[in-house]
Design a binder for this molecule. Structure first.
Ligand code: KIV
Length: 272
């Protein structure tokens, strides 16, 4: 069903909190461009994330580290031009908030001013809490992100499951409480045991959105390129593919190439 009929009600921080209160699951997907964002929004997705995963799926980098603040703003602007209903979150890229709180708040203000997004997302707990509080104090809603934090890949050394040992699980729980107390409007938990994620979601009133964190949380997020079957060579256990767009595109493009070569395209109805 299309949500773009009439009287579109924009999803807000309040609606997200209400959804958690009444037990309605929150759907979240990434988008990085105007056309895809329009499709993702019209299909009824609650939250659209302009993720720094753009570094991987859009730019072809091996990690999310190289993408810049200017590049995230460029993508955020394109997405926000298309979206009518969904709550739009833009990732703060690596290097835009890890130095000083003043720099973090300046980066977040640029994102909000130049893209018109609804919130920013930041990876980390205790280590970034001063910057996160300054951003919240500036009136900017923040999504937290704990568990596997791709911006810290060089510290971890792999994209393996996080927080399976007790000490890391306890730290994650402490960090989640800290982010919730600070006033985050949601927290993303990436690639952690389902039992731990469910525990966080049941203890805290803030919406918890999982990716590879099981069903006991308040919502789910996936990278749209992955769930649509556009990305190659990425098949973690948690990923469900809803389409094989790579195959469809490949077939369509092969047909086009063949029609051009044989002279079948364009025909007399496709010319002036
Ligand atoms: O950048 C991204 O796409 C993300 C999701 C994996 C949550 O942070």
């Amino acid at each position: 069903m299309s949500v773009h009929t009439e009287n579109i009600r924009k999803v807000t921080v309040r609606s997200l909190a209400d959804m958690k209160r009444r037990g309605e699951k929150i759907s979240m997907l990434t988008a990085y461009d105007y056309t895809t964002a329009g499709i993702v929004d019209e299909a009824g997705t609650d939250v659209i994330l302009v993720g720094d995963s753009a570094a991987n799926v859009i730019c072809g980098h091996a990690t999310t580290l190289p993408i810049t603040l200017d590049q995230m703003i460029f993508l955020g602007q394109a997405v926000c031009r298309a979206v009518k209903r969904a709550f739009v979150v833009v990732d703060m890229p690596f290097g835009s908030y890890q130095t000083q709180p003043a720099e973090a708040v300046a980066s977040a203000i640029r994102i909000m001013k130049e893209t018109r997004a609804d919130a920013v997302k930041m990876e980390g707990g205790e280590e970034i809490i001063d910057s996160l509080r300054r951003i919240l104090d500036a009136g900017i809603p923040v999504f937290g992100h704990l568990g596997l934090m791709p911006q810290s890949i060089n510290k971890y050394g792999s994209f393996a499951l996080r927080a399976k040992e007790e000490a890391e699980a306890e730290k994650l729980m402490r960090d989640a409480r800290l982010l919730a107390e600070a006033g985050c409007c949601a927290i993303v938990l990436e690639k952690i045991p389902a039992v731990l994620a469910a525990q966080v979601a049941s203890e805290l009133t803030v919406p918890i959105i999982g990716i590879g964190a099981g069903a006991g949380v308040d919502g789910q997020v996936l990278v749209s390129h992955d769930m649509l079957g556009l990305s190659r060579d990425f098949a973690p256990k948690f990923l469900r593919r809803y389409a094989d767009l790579q195959k469809l595109m490949n077939e369509a493009i092969k047909s086009y190439v063949s029609d051009v070569k044989t002279g079948d395209f364009p025909n007399e109805n496709e010319q002036y």
